[in-house]
Design a protein around this ligand. Structure first.
Ligand SMILES: C[S@@+](CC[C@H](N)C(=O)[O-])C[C@H]1O[C@@H](n2cnc3c(N)ncnc32)[C@H](O)[C@@H]1O
Length: 239
């Protein structure tokens, strides 16, 4: 069975053969294996391009492994932390940055479409020379709602990381990256943020980190520590 057919069956979505379909498909979003990765496309990017889970270091990030724990994210996660669960994985950019700093990372994502994109990214990561030379395994991925999954963990992690989708301040933010705009278009805001916070606070052994836009109120009242960036901050709650 082709990878595309297997994917369509897993997600229970139609399989469209684009070159042979005469008219424009009616769907707004598409998944496609292209140039060695699974990509998410909209009608503008249907012919070429598309979004994938980027597995290489972000601009400005060091390429060594483990990367130095010196930016705001590292400070929020904490130098003594060993295990981290990212309960809102999305495009996995935060999970992967945390992983590259040498933390043990496990991920949760409830959107089956995002989970397919994330798993494809993690499979590509496993093939990288720097991963294989060090015999590293990519982060684990659990698919489902973190509010229930966090209640059934075999072992409490040192830190749980949350980056839920907040409603935007302005209707259309020029600054929002294409990947995040598409995520909001597909999934909407995460309206159950308060329940997720409560479940994560119960489940973490030591710390809970919430990434927040600068305009949003802290999710769990006054945080123990705050790491303020330009447009976002990390609120840290310590047990
Ligand atoms: C803003 S995005 C996260 C972006 C991510 N930090 C990154 O670096 O790409 C939020 C993601 O969390 C997921 N999410 C939100 N609430 C969740 C929950 N209760 N359980 C599992 N996933 C959840 C959404 O489906 C979405 O993909």
């Amino acid at each position: 069975m082709s990878a595309s057919l297997a994917l369509a069956e897993r997600l229970v979505v139609p399989l469209i053969d684009l070159p042979s379909s005469s008219s424009m498909p009616t769907q707004d979003f598409f998944l496609c294996y292209r140039d060695g990765s699974l990509k998410l496309l909209d009608k503008q990017t249907l012919k070429k391009g598309g979004l994938e889970v980027e597995i290489d270091p972000r601009p400005g990030e060091q390429h060594s492994y483990p990367a130095p724990k010196k930016d705001l994210l590292a400070q929020a996660i904490g130098k003594k932390t060993k295990s981290v669960i990212d309960a809102t994985t999305g495009w996995a950019q935060d999970s992967l940055a945390i992983f590259r700093m040498g933390y043990e990372v496990n991920c949760i994502e409830r959107s089956p479409v995002m989970a397919e994109l994330i798993q494809d990214g993690f499979n590509r990561l496993a093939q990288k020379d720097w991963m294989q030379n060090r015999q590293l395994q990519p982060p684990g991925l659990m698919v489902g709602n973190a509010i229930s999954l966090l209640g059934n963990l075999p072992e409490a992690p040192d830190c749980i990381y949350l980056d839920p989708m907040f409603p935007p301040k302005r209707k259309k933010s020029a600054l929002a990256k294409k990947a995040m705009t598409v995520l909001r278009d597909i999934l909407g805001d995460d309206e159950d943020r308060a329940d997720l916070f409560a479940a994560a606070w119960q489940a973490t052994a030591k710390r809970l980190v919430v990434k927040s836009p600068d305009y949003a109120e802290p999710m769990g009242g006054k945080p123990s520590e705050v790491y303020q960036g330009k447009l976002l901050r990390y609120d840290v709650y310590i047990k």
